[in-house]
Design a protein around this ligand. Sequence first.
Ligand code: GRG
Length: 394
Amino acid sequence: MLSMLGIATPNRTLPQQFTARTHWWANHSMHILVSAGLAREILFDYPSLRHLTEATYLTHPNASLVGTGEGQLFYTNAGQPTLYTYTRDKQRKMTTCKSQAPLYPMIPHAIEEALSESVPEMYPERLHESMRYSLLAGGKRIRPCLTIAACELMGGTMEIAMPTACALEMIHTMSLIHDDLPSMDNDDFRRGKPTNHVVYGEEMAILAGDALLSHAFEHIGRATPAEVPADRTLRVIVDVGKSVGSEGLVGGQVVDIMSEGADADEVTLETLKYIHAHKTGALLEVAVTSGAILAGAGEEDVERLGKYAQLIGLAFQVVDDILDCTQTSEQLGKTAGKDEAVGKATYPSLVGLEESRKIADDLITEAKEILADYDPKLAAPLLGLADYIKNRQN
Ligand code: GRG
Protein backbone atom coordinates (compact mmCIF):
# COMPACT_ATOMS: atom_id res chain seq x y z
CA MET A 1 0.00 0.00 0.00
CA LEU A 2 2.80 2.37 0.82
CA SER A 3 4.48 1.87 -2.50
CA MET A 4 1.12 2.65 -4.12
CA LEU A 5 1.37 6.01 -2.45
CA GLY A 6 4.78 6.45 -4.00
CA ILE A 7 6.42 6.06 -0.63
CA ALA A 8 9.68 4.24 -0.17
CA THR A 9 9.31 1.78 2.66
CA PRO A 10 11.72 -0.55 4.36
CA ASN A 11 11.28 -4.17 3.39
CA ARG A 12 9.22 -5.51 6.24
CA THR A 13 5.85 -6.96 7.09
CA LEU A 14 3.21 -4.37 7.72
CA PRO A 15 1.22 -4.78 10.90
CA GLN A 16 -2.53 -5.06 10.50
CA GLN A 17 -3.17 -2.05 12.56
CA PHE A 18 -1.44 0.52 14.70
CA THR A 19 -0.57 -0.74 18.11
CA ALA A 20 -1.14 1.18 21.32
CA ARG A 21 2.58 1.85 21.62
CA THR A 22 3.24 5.57 21.30
CA HIS A 23 6.26 6.92 19.52
CA TRP A 24 7.25 10.51 19.39
CA TRP A 25 8.55 11.43 16.05
CA ALA A 26 9.49 14.55 14.15
CA ASN A 27 10.35 15.43 10.62
CA HIS A 28 12.10 18.73 10.05
CA SER A 29 9.83 21.43 11.41
CA MET A 30 6.83 19.13 11.75
CA HIS A 31 6.05 17.96 15.24
CA ILE A 32 4.46 14.61 15.22
CA LEU A 33 3.14 12.33 17.88
CA VAL A 34 2.26 9.00 16.38
CA SER A 35 0.78 5.92 17.89
CA ALA A 36 2.64 3.50 15.69
CA GLY A 37 5.93 3.29 13.94
CA LEU A 38 4.57 3.12 10.41
CA ALA A 39 3.28 6.66 10.18
CA ARG A 40 6.92 7.68 10.34
CA GLU A 41 7.67 6.48 6.83
CA ILE A 42 4.42 7.78 5.45
CA LEU A 43 4.83 11.28 6.81
CA PHE A 44 8.54 11.41 6.22
CA ASP A 45 8.14 10.77 2.54
CA TYR A 46 4.96 12.66 1.95
CA PRO A 47 6.07 15.99 0.51
CA SER A 48 2.62 17.55 0.63
CA LEU A 49 2.77 17.50 4.40
CA ARG A 50 5.91 19.55 4.57
CA HIS A 51 4.13 22.88 4.37
CA LEU A 52 2.31 22.19 7.60
CA THR A 53 5.02 23.52 9.80
CA GLU A 54 3.35 24.91 12.88
CA ALA A 55 0.92 22.18 13.74
CA THR A 56 1.19 19.40 16.26
CA TYR A 57 0.17 16.16 14.61
CA LEU A 58 -1.42 13.37 16.51
CA THR A 59 -2.63 10.17 15.00
CA HIS A 60 -5.84 8.60 16.06
CA PRO A 61 -5.00 5.58 18.20
CA ASN A 62 -7.27 3.40 16.11
CA ALA A 63 -6.20 4.74 12.74
CA SER A 64 -5.28 2.03 10.34
CA LEU A 65 -2.85 2.65 7.55
CA VAL A 66 -2.95 -0.84 6.15
CA GLY A 67 -5.63 -3.09 4.82
CA THR A 68 -7.89 -0.39 3.48
CA GLY A 69 -5.35 1.39 1.37
CA GLU A 70 -6.14 4.61 3.16
CA GLY A 71 -4.48 6.44 5.96
CA GLN A 72 -6.03 8.75 8.46
CA LEU A 73 -4.34 11.32 10.55
CA PHE A 74 -5.75 13.68 13.11
CA TYR A 75 -3.94 16.86 13.88
CA THR A 76 -4.61 20.14 15.55
CA ASN A 77 -4.38 23.15 13.36
CA ALA A 78 -4.18 26.19 15.64
CA GLY A 79 -6.04 24.10 18.17
CA GLN A 80 -8.68 23.04 15.66
CA PRO A 81 -9.00 19.26 15.55
CA THR A 82 -8.82 18.15 11.95
CA LEU A 83 -8.93 14.76 10.30
CA TYR A 84 -6.99 14.14 7.12
CA THR A 85 -7.62 11.09 5.04
CA TYR A 86 -4.97 9.98 2.58
CA THR A 87 -6.32 7.83 -0.19
CA ARG A 88 -4.66 5.49 -2.68
CA ASP A 89 -4.46 8.18 -5.33
CA LYS A 90 -2.79 10.55 -2.86
CA GLN A 91 -5.84 12.78 -2.69
CA ARG A 92 -6.25 14.46 0.59
CA LYS A 93 -9.69 14.88 2.04
CA MET A 94 -10.01 17.15 4.97
CA THR A 95 -12.70 17.19 7.61
CA THR A 96 -12.60 19.91 10.18
CA CYS A 97 -14.16 18.65 13.37
CA LYS A 98 -16.61 20.86 15.22
CA SER A 99 -14.73 23.45 17.22
CA GLN A 100 -16.05 22.07 20.48
CA ALA A 101 -14.89 18.60 19.58
CA PRO A 102 -12.75 17.42 22.46
CA LEU A 103 -9.12 16.55 21.86
CA TYR A 104 -9.85 13.22 23.50
CA PRO A 105 -9.83 11.06 20.38
CA MET A 106 -6.35 12.29 19.52
CA ILE A 107 -4.74 11.66 22.86
CA PRO A 108 -2.06 9.05 22.68
CA HIS A 109 -3.72 5.81 23.48
CA ALA A 110 -0.86 4.68 25.67
CA ILE A 111 -1.40 7.49 28.19
CA GLU A 112 -5.13 6.77 28.43
CA GLU A 113 -4.46 3.09 28.91
CA ALA A 114 -1.83 3.65 31.57
CA LEU A 115 -4.09 6.10 33.42
CA SER A 116 -6.95 3.64 33.44
CA GLU A 117 -4.69 0.87 34.73
CA SER A 118 -3.20 3.14 37.40
CA VAL A 119 -6.55 3.50 39.21
CA PRO A 120 -8.44 0.22 38.89
CA GLU A 121 -12.09 -0.34 39.69
CA MET A 122 -12.07 -1.90 43.15
CA TYR A 123 -13.53 -1.74 46.62
CA PRO A 124 -14.72 0.78 47.82
CA GLU A 125 -16.36 0.99 44.40
CA ARG A 126 -17.95 4.42 44.76
CA LEU A 127 -14.63 6.04 45.71
CA HIS A 128 -12.72 4.48 42.83
CA GLU A 129 -15.54 5.28 40.45
CA SER A 130 -15.37 8.91 41.53
CA MET A 131 -11.55 8.98 41.10
CA ARG A 132 -11.82 7.41 37.65
CA TYR A 133 -14.71 9.67 36.65
CA SER A 134 -12.50 12.76 36.76
CA LEU A 135 -9.17 11.13 35.88
CA LEU A 136 -10.53 9.57 32.71
CA ALA A 137 -12.70 12.51 31.71
CA GLY A 138 -10.56 13.39 28.74
CA GLY A 139 -8.28 16.28 29.67
CA LYS A 140 -5.68 17.42 27.16
CA ARG A 141 -2.95 15.41 28.96
CA ILE A 142 -0.39 18.15 28.47
CA ARG A 143 1.53 17.27 31.64
CA PRO A 144 2.03 13.57 30.80
CA CYS A 145 2.98 14.50 27.25
CA LEU A 146 5.62 16.91 28.59
CA THR A 147 7.09 14.26 30.89
CA ILE A 148 7.37 11.68 28.13
CA ALA A 149 8.73 14.20 25.63
CA ALA A 150 11.41 15.48 28.04
CA CYS A 151 12.40 11.95 29.01
CA GLU A 152 12.77 10.90 25.38
CA LEU A 153 14.70 14.08 24.55
CA MET A 154 17.22 13.11 27.23
CA GLY A 155 17.56 9.57 25.92
CA GLY A 156 14.97 7.85 28.12
CA THR A 157 11.86 5.92 27.11
CA MET A 158 8.13 6.35 27.41
CA GLU A 159 8.03 3.32 29.72
CA ILE A 160 10.25 4.83 32.39
CA ALA A 161 8.39 8.15 32.26
CA MET A 162 4.83 6.78 32.24
CA PRO A 163 4.28 6.25 36.01
CA THR A 164 5.37 9.82 36.75
CA ALA A 165 3.38 11.10 33.76
CA CYS A 166 0.26 9.40 35.18
CA ALA A 167 0.99 10.62 38.71
CA LEU A 168 1.14 14.23 37.50
CA GLU A 169 -2.19 13.81 35.74
CA MET A 170 -3.64 12.40 39.00
CA ILE A 171 -2.39 15.44 40.91
CA HIS A 172 -3.62 17.84 38.24
CA THR A 173 -7.02 16.11 38.25
CA MET A 174 -7.33 16.24 42.03
CA SER A 175 -6.51 19.96 41.97
CA LEU A 176 -9.34 20.46 39.46
CA ILE A 177 -11.76 18.44 41.63
CA HIS A 178 -10.91 20.52 44.69
CA ASP A 179 -10.84 23.78 42.74
CA ASP A 180 -14.41 23.15 41.56
CA LEU A 181 -15.78 22.54 45.07
CA PRO A 182 -18.42 24.92 46.43
CA SER A 183 -15.93 26.26 48.99
CA MET A 184 -13.46 27.14 46.21
CA ASP A 185 -14.57 28.09 42.68
CA ASN A 186 -17.99 26.44 43.02
CA ASP A 187 -18.15 25.17 39.46
CA ASP A 188 -20.45 22.53 38.07
CA PHE A 189 -18.90 21.99 34.65
CA ARG A 190 -15.42 20.60 33.91
CA ARG A 191 -13.89 18.77 30.96
CA GLY A 192 -17.30 19.03 29.33
CA LYS A 193 -19.00 17.06 32.11
CA PRO A 194 -20.67 17.78 35.47
CA THR A 195 -18.02 18.28 38.13
CA ASN A 196 -17.10 15.51 40.54
CA HIS A 197 -19.02 16.89 43.54
CA VAL A 198 -22.13 17.40 41.39
CA VAL A 199 -22.11 13.70 40.51
CA TYR A 200 -20.72 12.09 43.67
CA GLY A 201 -21.38 14.69 46.38
CA GLU A 202 -18.97 16.96 48.19
CA GLU A 203 -17.61 14.46 50.71
CA MET A 204 -16.76 11.94 48.02
CA ALA A 205 -15.20 14.60 45.76
CA ILE A 206 -12.90 15.77 48.57
CA LEU A 207 -11.91 12.19 49.39
CA ALA A 208 -11.46 11.19 45.74
CA GLY A 209 -9.08 14.16 45.38
CA ASP A 210 -7.20 13.16 48.54
CA ALA A 211 -6.91 9.57 47.32
CA LEU A 212 -5.64 10.64 43.90
CA LEU A 213 -3.02 12.86 45.55
CA SER A 214 -1.59 10.15 47.77
CA HIS A 215 -1.89 7.50 45.09
CA ALA A 216 0.21 9.66 42.76
CA PHE A 217 3.26 9.38 45.01
CA GLU A 218 2.69 5.69 45.65
CA HIS A 219 2.43 5.15 41.91
CA ILE A 220 5.77 6.82 41.13
CA GLY A 221 7.50 4.78 43.81
CA ARG A 222 5.83 1.50 42.97
CA ALA A 223 5.47 1.55 39.18
CA THR A 224 8.66 3.24 37.97
CA PRO A 225 10.65 0.43 36.31
CA ALA A 226 13.52 -0.99 38.35
CA GLU A 227 15.99 -0.01 35.63
CA VAL A 228 15.67 3.60 36.83
CA PRO A 229 18.21 4.14 39.63
CA ALA A 230 16.41 4.69 42.95
CA ASP A 231 18.05 8.08 43.56
CA ARG A 232 16.42 9.46 40.40
CA THR A 233 12.99 8.21 41.42
CA LEU A 234 13.47 9.61 44.91
CA ARG A 235 14.43 13.00 43.50
CA VAL A 236 11.32 13.02 41.30
CA ILE A 237 9.14 12.24 44.34
CA VAL A 238 10.75 15.10 46.29
CA ASP A 239 10.40 17.55 43.38
CA VAL A 240 6.78 16.61 42.72
CA GLY A 241 6.02 17.02 46.46
CA LYS A 242 7.53 20.49 46.45
CA SER A 243 5.66 21.52 43.31
CA VAL A 244 2.33 20.59 44.88
CA GLY A 245 2.72 21.97 48.41
CA SER A 246 2.89 25.40 50.01
CA GLU A 247 5.75 26.43 47.72
CA GLY A 248 3.87 25.28 44.64
CA LEU A 249 0.29 24.65 43.60
CA VAL A 250 -1.30 25.11 47.02
CA GLY A 251 0.72 28.31 47.63
CA GLY A 252 -0.44 29.70 44.28
CA GLN A 253 -4.06 28.81 45.00
CA VAL A 254 -3.93 30.52 48.41
CA VAL A 255 -2.53 33.77 46.95
CA ASP A 256 -5.17 33.55 44.22
CA ILE A 257 -7.98 33.21 46.75
CA MET A 258 -6.60 36.06 48.86
CA SER A 259 -6.31 38.27 45.77
CA GLU A 260 -9.95 37.75 44.84
CA GLY A 261 -11.11 39.74 47.82
CA ALA A 262 -8.51 42.48 47.33
CA ASP A 263 -9.03 45.85 45.60
CA ALA A 264 -8.18 45.68 41.91
CA ASP A 265 -5.16 47.99 42.22
CA GLU A 266 -3.69 45.84 44.99
CA VAL A 267 -3.16 42.93 42.62
CA THR A 268 -0.08 43.80 40.63
CA LEU A 269 1.41 41.99 37.64
CA GLU A 270 4.01 40.60 40.07
CA THR A 271 1.30 39.03 42.23
CA LEU A 272 -0.37 37.62 39.13
CA LYS A 273 2.95 36.14 37.99
CA TYR A 274 3.38 34.51 41.40
CA ILE A 275 -0.10 33.00 41.22
CA HIS A 276 0.41 31.67 37.70
CA ALA A 277 3.94 30.39 38.32
CA HIS A 278 2.78 28.42 41.36
CA LYS A 279 -0.80 27.46 40.62
CA THR A 280 -0.12 26.37 37.05
CA GLY A 281 3.57 26.65 36.22
CA ALA A 282 4.95 24.51 39.04
CA LEU A 283 3.28 21.31 37.84
CA LEU A 284 4.19 21.94 34.21
CA GLU A 285 7.79 22.58 35.26
CA VAL A 286 8.08 19.43 37.32
CA ALA A 287 6.47 17.48 34.47
CA VAL A 288 9.36 18.47 32.22
CA THR A 289 12.19 18.24 34.74
CA SER A 290 10.99 14.86 36.09
CA GLY A 291 11.07 13.37 32.62
CA ALA A 292 14.61 14.62 32.17
CA ILE A 293 15.72 13.40 35.62
CA LEU A 294 14.30 9.91 35.05
CA ALA A 295 16.32 9.71 31.83
CA GLY A 296 19.49 10.60 33.73
CA ALA A 297 19.93 14.14 32.38
CA GLY A 298 22.71 16.27 33.86
CA GLU A 299 22.06 19.36 35.96
CA GLU A 300 22.63 21.75 33.07
CA ASP A 301 19.96 20.06 30.97
CA VAL A 302 17.51 19.83 33.87
CA GLU A 303 17.99 23.54 34.51
CA ARG A 304 17.63 24.47 30.85
CA LEU A 305 14.49 22.39 30.43
CA GLY A 306 13.13 23.84 33.67
CA LYS A 307 13.50 27.32 32.18
CA TYR A 308 11.67 26.19 29.02
CA ALA A 309 8.90 24.83 31.24
CA GLN A 310 8.60 28.03 33.30
CA LEU A 311 8.10 30.01 30.10
CA ILE A 312 5.50 27.69 28.61
CA GLY A 313 3.86 27.48 32.06
CA LEU A 314 3.36 31.24 32.21
CA ALA A 315 2.25 31.30 28.57
CA PHE A 316 -0.22 28.51 29.36
CA GLN A 317 -1.90 30.61 32.02
CA VAL A 318 -1.84 33.84 29.97
CA VAL A 319 -3.60 31.89 27.21
CA ASP A 320 -6.00 30.47 29.81
CA ASP A 321 -6.88 34.04 30.87
CA ILE A 322 -7.41 35.01 27.21
CA LEU A 323 -9.58 31.97 26.51
CA ASP A 324 -11.69 32.61 29.60
CA CYS A 325 -12.86 35.92 28.15
CA THR A 326 -12.97 35.01 24.45
CA GLN A 327 -14.42 31.49 24.29
CA THR A 328 -17.79 30.02 25.20
CA SER A 329 -18.35 27.48 27.98
CA GLU A 330 -19.08 24.88 25.31
CA GLN A 331 -15.76 25.52 23.61
CA LEU A 332 -13.86 25.44 26.91
CA GLY A 333 -15.65 22.48 28.49
CA LYS A 334 -15.82 24.57 31.67
CA THR A 335 -17.58 27.76 32.69
CA ALA A 336 -16.35 30.68 30.59
CA GLY A 337 -16.19 34.31 31.73
CA LYS A 338 -15.63 33.27 35.33
CA ASP A 339 -12.64 35.55 35.90
CA GLU A 340 -14.55 38.72 35.11
CA ALA A 341 -17.64 37.51 36.97
CA VAL A 342 -15.69 37.18 40.23
CA GLY A 343 -13.56 40.28 39.57
CA LYS A 344 -10.34 38.31 39.25
CA ALA A 345 -7.17 40.04 38.09
CA THR A 346 -5.99 38.45 34.85
CA TYR A 347 -3.54 39.32 32.10
CA PRO A 348 -6.31 40.74 29.86
CA SER A 349 -7.74 42.76 32.76
CA LEU A 350 -4.31 44.17 33.68
CA VAL A 351 -2.68 44.71 30.27
CA GLY A 352 -5.49 44.22 27.71
CA LEU A 353 -6.21 41.42 25.25
CA GLU A 354 -3.76 42.40 22.52
CA GLU A 355 -0.83 42.87 24.87
CA SER A 356 -1.70 39.54 26.55
CA ARG A 357 -1.52 37.80 23.17
CA LYS A 358 1.84 39.40 22.49
CA ILE A 359 3.14 38.33 25.91
CA ALA A 360 2.04 34.74 25.26
CA ASP A 361 3.70 34.78 21.81
CA ASP A 362 6.94 36.18 23.24
CA LEU A 363 7.03 33.62 26.03
CA ILE A 364 6.57 30.74 23.58
CA THR A 365 9.22 32.13 21.23
CA GLU A 366 11.65 32.42 24.13
CA ALA A 367 10.81 28.91 25.33
CA LYS A 368 11.47 27.47 21.89
CA GLU A 369 14.77 29.34 21.64
CA ILE A 370 15.94 27.57 24.78
CA LEU A 371 15.58 24.27 22.94
CA ALA A 372 17.77 25.45 20.08
CA ASP A 373 20.77 23.66 21.63
CA TYR A 374 19.15 20.28 21.04
CA ASP A 375 18.77 18.16 17.91
CA PRO A 376 15.59 19.62 16.36
CA LYS A 377 14.23 16.16 15.61
CA LEU A 378 14.54 15.09 19.24
CA ALA A 379 13.27 18.42 20.55
CA ALA A 380 10.33 18.51 18.13
CA PRO A 381 7.70 17.17 20.57
CA LEU A 382 8.59 19.85 23.15
CA LEU A 383 8.62 22.48 20.40
CA GLY A 384 5.25 21.21 19.20
CA LEU A 385 3.80 21.25 22.70
CA ALA A 386 4.94 24.87 23.10
CA ASP A 387 3.07 25.79 19.90
CA TYR A 388 0.08 23.81 21.04
CA ILE A 389 -0.05 25.71 24.32
CA LYS A 390 -0.07 29.00 22.43
CA ASN A 391 -2.62 27.94 19.81
CA ARG A 392 -5.01 25.84 21.87
CA GLN A 393 -8.67 26.80 21.87
CA ASN A 394 -9.64 25.16 25.14
C1 GRG B 1 -2.83 20.08 44.96
C2 GRG B 1 -2.99 19.47 47.39
C3 GRG B 1 -3.54 20.20 46.24
C4 GRG B 1 -4.65 20.92 46.41
C5 GRG B 1 -5.34 21.65 45.33
C6 GRG B 1 -7.53 23.63 44.41
C7 GRG B 1 -6.05 23.73 44.38
C8 GRG B 1 -5.29 23.13 45.51
C9 GRG B 1 -5.39 24.30 43.36
C10 GRG B 1 -6.06 24.81 42.15
C11 GRG B 1 -5.13 24.59 41.00
C12 GRG B 1 -5.75 24.94 39.68
C13 GRG B 1 -7.18 24.64 39.44
C14 GRG B 1 -4.97 25.46 38.77
C15 GRG B 1 -5.42 25.80 37.42
C16 GRG B 1 -4.57 25.02 36.48
C17 GRG B 1 -5.13 25.00 35.10
C18 GRG B 1 -4.74 26.06 34.18
C19 GRG B 1 -5.97 24.04 34.76
C20 GRG B 1 -6.42 23.77 33.39
O1 GRG B 1 -5.47 22.85 32.85
P1 GRG B 1 -5.69 22.15 31.46
O2 GRG B 1 -6.14 23.20 30.49
O3 GRG B 1 -6.93 21.22 31.78
O4 GRG B 1 -4.48 21.37 31.11
P2 GRG B 1 -7.30 19.79 31.18
O5 GRG B 1 -8.73 19.59 31.59
O6 GRG B 1 -7.13 19.81 29.70
O7 GRG B 1 -6.39 18.79 31.82
